[in-house]
Design a protein around this ligand. Structure first.
Ligand code: SF4
Length: 318
């Protein structure tokens, strides 16, 4: 499958709300790997400071389902969340995997990295040399990886873990790594965004990204652009309260400044999304989330701004 067809497939499958992504993606990926003598994508997944919502979202992937992802797309070599090994066994596995797959594995980080006080607010192991912090691990693994993917807004930009007053000094992983990080943001991520990004890495390498290093094929347009209530906005017909059918800009909707394809990809097996169930978009894929979206149910000009304010705050992207 040509790359342009893959991108079209990802986008069309969401628009049509059908199952073509799995029906075509997996056979194509399998064929591609066979033709090029390649194996599955080796992955080390490290969970740091977050709520665990992104691995749950990932497990809810449909078309392809989780078993298909593991069977046909990725080799999950290490995951402190999914695996049974603990303690010294787990640490040894991490070391062995990193050394064996040096320069060949994809590092997936879920969660922000506490950078204050040498990273001591997240210790993933105690070794003879002292504590191994999440900060140390992300830096070491990040330097050894072929690709680095941040899953969720905490790993991408700090997210809820870095919300004021941010006593742990938590940051997104791109702030501690001197290399390209592909940010697949969202709180939580839509499983399609993550699985689609892995598929792109597997078959074509890094995807084209926007100014926040997010794959354009999922984040390239605003929520506002494709929102089902857009005609109300254009006619200046705004909801007076939550539950009204008009545009929810008046109720704090962040759709005009938030890049994602939620309105047509949708969630939970592609059936719904916040605006469809009368809740404004809270801008969870944004660099300044959540501080920059707060208070969630106030119109944009009244929202607080944060130290991580986005350059396009309040402006609609194409
Ligand atoms: S402001 Fe929100 S509810 Fe209104 S059209 Fe834009 S995305 Fe939809």
């Amino acid at each position: 499958m040509e790359k342009v067809d893959f991108i079209k497939l990802c986008q069309d499958s969401a628009k049509a709300n059908n199952h073509e992504l799995s029906a075509k993606l997996l056979p194509s990926a399998r064929q591609y790997l066979l033709e090029h003598g390649l194996g599955k994508l080796p992955v080390i997944w490290l969970e740091t400071n977050d709520s665990g919502d992104n691995n749950i979202a990932f497990m809810n992937t449909t078309y392809p389902y989780l078993n298909q992802v593991f069977r046909d797309m990725i080799d999950l070599l290490y995951s402190n969340t999914f695996m049974a090994a603990q303690g010294t066994d787990a640490l040894q596995l991490l070391e062995d995997t990193m050394n064996h797959y040096q320069g060949k594995f994809t590092l997936v980080v879920e969660g922000a990295v506490p950078a204050k006080d040498g990273g001591l607010y997240n210790v993933i192991a105690r070794t003879k040399k002292g504590p191994l912090t999440a900060l140390d691990a992300v830096v070491r693994l990040g330097e050894a990886a072929q690709y680095v993917v941040a899953i969720g807004t905490c790993a991408s930009f700090g997210g809820a873990s870095s919300a004021a007053p941010n006593v742990t000094g938590s940051v997104g992983i791109s702030q501690v790594l001197k290399r390209q990080v592909i940010n697949v943001s969202g709180c939580p991520v839509n499983p399609d965004w993550f699985v689609g990004t892995l598929a792109h890495l597997l078959m074509y390498g890094p995807p084209e990204v926007d100014e926040l290093n997010r794959p354009k094929l999922f984040y390239g347009a605003t929520v506002h652009r494709h929102c089902q209530r857009r005609s109300y906005f254009d006619n200046k017909e705004y909801a007076k309260q939550l539950g009204d059918i008009e545009c929810m800009f008046s109720q704090g909707c962040s759709g005009p400044r938030t890049g994602s394809d939620c309105p047509y990809r949708q969630w939970i097996n592609h059936v719904s999304w916040p605006v469809k169930v009368n809740t404004p978009c809270i801008g969870c894929t944004n660099r300044d989330f959540p501080d920059g979206s707060a208070p969630f149910f106030s119109p944009l000009p009244q929202k607080t701004t944060s130290h991580k304010q986005q350059p396009d705050m309040g402006k609609e992207r194409p």
